[in-house]
Design a protein around this ligand. Structure first.
Ligand SMILES: Cc1ncc(COP(=O)(O)O)c(C=O)c1O
Length: 426
């Protein structure tokens, strides 16, 4: 049996319906290329679920992890600490650059959100302030654990658990044309006086269909929350580390949120790690002689030294001139390409921000994640050795930052050819 057949006999894959095509076995990856067991070389156009920054199997990150593995591979993080966790916290606080002073480690994007929500709720509980209400955006995606699902849009992802999710107030994101409605609804809810936190994906709702909105509106909403004593939580799990062109998406605002969640590109895409960053005033609400004020949350692999080392190495690479130059180049090329296709008959909208290019396709069926065009598009691109994973009828391209000009062009050309096929079919 080959790897694909052995996999089919024993593994249950995420987000994978029974009707899905068999998994492709990748036996090696290098740079932006995935090498499959049947000898193909596929361009990773999604940065492997938005995590990869510097290309696969990056030699510098690999070397740093190897050295760390021979020095200290893991240690319980309650009662103990270690240099990679401390150095990473110091570096991240500089990277965030502002009001944050404490880093709390967890394992992935969902846990970084769980931590943020629990911290926000307990922040008020510890001070005997009756604030429990949470506000989130419609179409949001914050992860698959129960708290993260609760603050996410109620859709196919969470339908089986709908009765068990906690109550959340959903308001429209301030997309073009909805800015005033979004602000007004936020204001009405804040006036109730019991809103603990407002959680949002800054500037881009990723899994919700790469829906984008402007920094100005978000900034006004953050200031409004501040005036009502409501904590703001930026879920930068997708948008962090230059995905939107700036170090964090919230760096496009003049004001920073209270809590920031980071994961995905944090380790350059090599090892799992989540981070929740908070300012000192939140940390202080947990520093009390009452043991019930403790933040009782942790995971076996919290602040794993190998993951922290990978993040340190990735941050170093990310801040080099070459990397920033390449991010700017991708940004500019995406814009030029978006302009060139925006009037195409197969397209209803094209959106660009930083290294994200999203193309919403016209289809006969309803827009959304379950739109049947997604698997057909995936097959089209895979047949041309490009891996893209459309969100329903939203085709997007989020390459690793090391992609070269000719590789970008090859993807744009294939997208253009695909658009022609779609028009001719309809
Ligand atoms: C904005 C956002 N938050 C949270 C998550 C969940 O992250 P993870 O899959 O690492 O749990 C995701 C994943 O796509 C995300 O896009």
């Amino acid at each position: 049996m080959n790897w694909q057949e052995r996999d089919a006999a024993c593994i249950w894959h995420p987000f994978t319906p029974a009707s899905a095509a068999p998994e492709i076995a990748v036996v090696k990856a290098e740079g932006i290329w995935l090498h499959t067991e049947d000898g193909r070389k596929i361009l990773d156009g999604t940065s492997s679920w938005w995590v990869n920054a510097h290309g696969h199997a990056h030699p510098y990150i690999a070397e740093r992890i190897a050295q760390q593995a021979k020095t200290l591979e893991h240690i319980i993080f309650a009662g103990f600490t270690h240099p990679p966790a401390i150095e990473l916290a110091e570096n991240l606080l500089r990277f965030i650059d502002g009001k944050h002073s404490r880093i709390f480690y967890s394992d992935n994007g969902s846990t970084s959100v769980e931590v943020a929500l629990k911290m926000a709720l307990q922040f008020f509980k510890n001070q005997n302030i009756p604030k429990k209400r949470i506000i989130a955006f419609e179409n949001a995606y914050h992860g698959d654990t129960f708290g993260a699902m609760s603050v996410g849009h109620r859709n196919a992802f969470s339908a089986a658990f709908a009765d068990l999710l906690f109550e959340v107030e959903f308001i429209p994101a301030p997309e073009a044309g909805k800015e005033e409605a979004s602000y007004a609804q936020l204001h009405e809810l804040l006036k109730m006086g019991d809103v603990a936190a407002f959680i949002f994906e800054p500037l881009v709702q990723g899994a919700g269909g790469m829906r984008m909105y402007c920094a100005n509106s978000l900034e006004k909403m953050l200031l409004l929350c501040e005036s009502y004593g409501t904590l703001t939580i930026a879920d930068e799990v997708f948008t962090g580390f230059y995905r939107t062109g700036t170090p964090l998406a919230v760096h496009q605002l003049a004001t920073l949120p209270d809590i920031i969640c980071l994961s995905k590109t944090l380790t350059g895409g090599t090892l799992p790690l989540g981070v929740t960053a908070v300012p000192e005033f939140i940390y202080e609400a947990f520093q009390s002689s009452n043991p019930h004020h403790t933040f009782f949350h942790g995971h076996s692999f919290t602040a794993n030294p190998l993951s922290c080392t990978a993040a340190l190495a990735s941050l170093e690479l990310l801040q080099q001139d070459d990397c920033i130059k390449n991010i700017r180049f991708i940004e500019q090329q995406h814009q030029v390409f978006a302009q060139s296709i925006k009037a195409h008959k197969a397209i209803s909208a094209v959106r660009c921000l930083g290294t994200i290019l999203a193309i919403e396709l016209k289809t006969k069926t309803e827009s959304g994640y379950l739109n049947p065009i997604a698997p057909q598009l995936s097959m089209y691109f895979l047949g041309r050795n490009i891996y893209l994973r459309p969100l329903g009828n939203v085709l997007y391209f989020t390459p690793p930052y090391i992609i070269k000009e000719e590789e970008l062009r090859a993807v744009y050309t294939t997208i253009s050819e695909c658009l022609e096929v779609l028009v001719n079919e309809n």
